[in-house]
Ligand binder design. Structure first.
Ligand SMILES: Nc1nc2c(c(=O)[nH]1)N[C@@H](CN(C=O)c1ccc(C(=O)N[C@@H](CCC(=O)O)C(=O)O)cc1)CN2
Ligand SMILES: NCC(=O)N[C@@H]1O[C@H](COP(=O)([O-])[O-])[C@@H](O)[C@H]1O
Length: 187
């Protein structure tokens, strides 16, 4: 049974999809959630699933100090999954989990990296956007791509409708990709 730690900063719908998927899985289990936002809705979701939370306390200390403090509290894990985690992972965490951190991005990388991938693709006027799961490296959304799925944007389609379509793909693609990584022996 592989051990997953989910990193999230916000609503946590992708955490919820992962928790539901792995609740009855023989492949993996979520052993902790890491969050940097004390008011994030993901905290209530983790509590409902009885999954322990570790708070990443960003403030006036260095990123290295924050990450060292987080690492000290982590249970043993095989994979860190960034699912809406709005912090840049620094060299301390990258060194502690080499090739063991993945990120979910709501655009077809390398197009539209960063915090606002959905909005940027929509504003550009692309007719096809999508979802990417990639390994996390020292760059921003520059790591090796693991999986992608396209999402079409119809002329005049409202942004909210595009966001819903992207989230539906995310909620299926992320658990599916983790299952595949495990079955292929990648983790
Ligand atoms: N080392 C990496 N860390 C992260 C990656 C990555 O590929 N490599 N992916 C991001 C997720 N993300 C977009 O998918 C993203 C999140 C946040 C930001 C950002 O600039 N955030 C803050 C900076 C906070 C900080 O310094 O920690 C900001 O807005 O200034 C960009 C992209 C997750 N992390
Ligand atoms: N740059 C990273 C980024 O934009 N991540 C995005 O944050 C959302 C989190 O939703 P959730 O909190 O409901 O899972 C997801 O759409 C994810 O792709």
């Amino acid at each position: 049974m592989k051990r997953l730690i989910v990193f999230a900063s916000g609503s946590g719908t992708n955490f919820e999809a992962l928790a539901a998927h792995f609740a009855h899985s023989q492949l993996a289990e979520i052993v902790a959630v890491v969050c940097d936002q004390p008011q994030a809705a993901v905290l209530a979701r983790a509590a409902r699933w009885q999954i322990p939370v570790i708070m990443a306390e960003y403030g006036h200390t260095s990123k290295a100090a924050v990450e060292q403090a987080v690492i000290a509290q982590l249970p043993p894990a095989d994979l860190l999954v960034l699912a809406g985690y709005m912090r840049i992972i620094g060299k301390t965490l990258l060194a502690a989990f080499p090739n063991r951190i993945i990120n979910l991005h709501p655009a077809l990388l390398p197009s539209f990296p960063g915090r606002t991938g959905i909005e940027d693709a929509y504003a550009y006027g692309v007719r096809v956007t999508g979802v990417t799961v990639h390994y996390v490296d020292a760059g921003i959304d520059s790591g090796q791509i693991i999986a992608q799925e396209p999402v079409r944007i119809a002329p005049g389609e409202p942004l909210a409708q595009v966001e819903t379509a992207i989230h539906e793909v995310e909620h299926r693609l992320l658990p599916q990709t983790i299952d595949t990584l495990i079955k292929e022996g990648a983790i």
